[in-house]
Structures are given as C-alpha cells and as structure tokens.
Design a protein around this ligand. Sequence first.
Ligand code: SF4
Ligand code: SF4
Length: 202
Amino acid sequence: MNQTDHFKRSSGSADADLSGRMNDIDNASGVRPGIRIDLDAMDLRFADEVAGEPGGDAVRRCFACSTCTAGCSVRHVTDRFNPRRILRMIMTGQREAVLHSEAIWLCSSCHTCDERCSQGVHIPAIIIALRNIAAREGILPPGYEKQRQLLMSLGRLYEIDDFDNRKRDKSALPAIVTSNALIAGLAESLARDRAEKKPEAS
Ligand code: SF4
Ligand code: SF4
C-alpha cells in the first residue's frame, strides 16, 4: 500500500473518521449514534505508547468535556478534525485508525486548546507524538514525505537553485549554498542509527 492509499483508506472508512460527525444527532431519528469502535482492531497499549512520548504523559487526564474542540481554530474551518475525538480514539485503542488518519496532520499547533483545557492535556504535544509514531512506521502524507526526502538529500526543506541566487544577486543579497551537506549528513547518520536499532521483523 502506498502512502496516498493510507490516507484514502482513512478518509473512506467510518472507523477512521475522526471528525466527530458520528456524534451528531441524526435528524430523522433524533438518536445520537456515538463513537463506533472496531473491537477487532483495539490495541489497549496505545494510550501507554502515546503517554511514553515526550509531552504525551497527560493523555489519560482527558475527561472528554470538548472544550478543546469548541475553541479549536482548525475545527472552526473543517469538520475533518476534532481533537476530543482523537483523544477518545487513543483511549479506546484505535491505533491503526488514528495513525492512518489525515486528521493528525491537520492541527496547526496554535495552542488555543492548551490554554483552555482544565485537565492540563497538551494536545499539540500529543498530536506531535502521534505524528512521530506514524512517521516511524512510514505513514506520512505525500507532502511531508517529499519534505523528508529533500531534507535527507539537500539538508533543506526546499530546493535553492542558481535561479534563486541570480534573483538574490539582483537585490544585492549574498548567494546562499544550494545544499547543506552538514545537515544532510546528520540526517543520514540519524536514519542509519535508527535502522540499526530497529528490531528484526519476525
Ligand atoms: S479540553 Fe481537555 S479534558 Fe476537555 S476534551 Fe479537550 S483535552 Fe479532554
Ligand atoms: S493546537 Fe491544534 S488541536 Fe489545539 S486548538 Fe490549535 S489546531 Fe486545535
């Protein structure tokens, strides 16, 4: 499965829908359907895994009040994102659904939720923890994967070429190096270290 498929799969599956739409009251029946949990896919170690990441330790304090979601700047513009729901999915062990969801890449790290959460749950840190776990498993949106490749090959997140330097020259700005071998070397050696530490697949 390629990376685009990972995200198609998440957006096309009700189990991976982190928007919160499934909590909306059905107008026809007046019933609130609630969160749909895939029991076969439950991984109850997931909350511990997130708690073990830097900044993730407060994940269990969430009591689902939804104050974070009410003030979330991203939720305000799209119902594809719901921080309270992501936390509920973590606590109910929906590891695969969360890690394959595009929602974990939508948080803008504005920290509004941090200011408002009475339980001291640091959602931006938890979102970064989820992204780190996903990235370690090779689950990256195509745009982030491209940036990773550029960082590894050039030591930069975007390419600088002679055209850019000619424009800088016209504005009397000094030329900048087109690649940063030092950072690219560090990124490579980090990747090598990680590959060596990775346990053999059984
Ligand atoms: S505001 Fe805090 S306690 Fe309330 S749902 Fe959000 S993370 Fe959980
Ligand atoms: S940090 Fe992320 S989850 Fe929190 S309010 Fe901002 S966009 Fe929403």
